[in-house]
Design a protein around this ligand. Sequence first.
Ligand SMILES: NC(=O)c1ccc[n+]([C@@H]2O[C@H](COP(=O)([O-])OP(=O)(O)OC[C@H]3O[C@@H](n4cnc5c(N)ncnc54)[C@H](O)[C@@H]3O)[C@@H](O)[C@H]2O)c1
Length: 292
Amino acid sequence: MLFMGTERGRRDAGPAAGMLAGKVAVVTGGANGIGRACCERFAEEGADIVVADILDEAGIDTIAAVEKKGRRAAYMHADASSPTDNETVMQHAVDLFGGIDILVTAAGIATADYRSDQPAAFAKRAAKHAREQPDPMRRFTELRLADWQKVLDVNLTGTLLAVQAASRVMLDLGRRGSIITIASIAAKHPEAGAPAYSVSKAGVWMLTKYAARVLGPAGIRVNAIGPGFIETNMTAVVRGLPDLEERLLSDVPLGRMGTAREVADAALFLASQQSSYFTGEMLHPDGGFYTD
Ligand SMILES: NC(=O)c1ccc[n+]([C@@H]2O[C@H](COP(=O)([O-])OP(=O)(O)OC[C@H]3O[C@@H](n4cnc5c(N)ncnc54)[C@H](O)[C@@H]3O)[C@@H](O)[C@H]2O)c1
């Protein structure tokens, strides 16, 4: 496992100030998009950050951005769907920074062949699949088991493994932590995503509520964020097809996509004491998608 933690960050971290002063956050999928925005936003509010991802270059870039904000950071190459990788990430957070107060599970894929570092190639493949098989009924009935499994492994099982590993540490250390899962509007809306994706996010939402119930008595809060259409590499495919973008945005009263920073602001609220009486809840930064 590649591990990067910089000496400069460790030496220079002064006394923390802000809504998350002195807290330690682990962010899976922290190399890009929403996960990265959470890392930066949390660092601005005084948290030290452990980034877990499979994109080493982007992950190392994230820790450099965190350090520029004056906080400590470490990156670990860790596959969200691996139990051992999740264990190791959490152990590193304890060894380096003394524990875990916040977990964000942002690692996720749209389809089995999605690659966050190759948005253009993915958009091209997706457009080709849509041309070859325009019928959504057929796309559903012909969905391959291996593709279904891969999406569930990363999005749903990956969330479970991170929540288990982080909450074990929180329980062992007696920390009243905050866990934030990243679901989607697709968790409650079957048409908003591909079948495996929607089902994986519905699972994340139920897992969040389940974990909130069992971990609540220990003071560990577990909430979800269900973003709408957010400008990240994952939605490059939408932005590349103006007709599709227009159709999707016609369901969004604010009439635009959201930014990763706007999702990170919701995550900051859930990570901080501002949300001390929230657990088992899902916030929707979605521009009004759920107004009906
Ligand atoms: N962009 C949107 O419109 C949107 C909407 C709702 C929910 N989401 C969810 O937000 C989360 C972040 O997505 P994003 O939009 O920032 O996309 P993104 O592609 O920018 O970020 C996803 C991150 O997850 C990482 N990742 C993927 N597979 C991994 C694995 N096996 N192990 C570890 N890391 C892995 C990627 O490398 C990347 O850094 C995802 O769970 C996604 O489903 C996104």
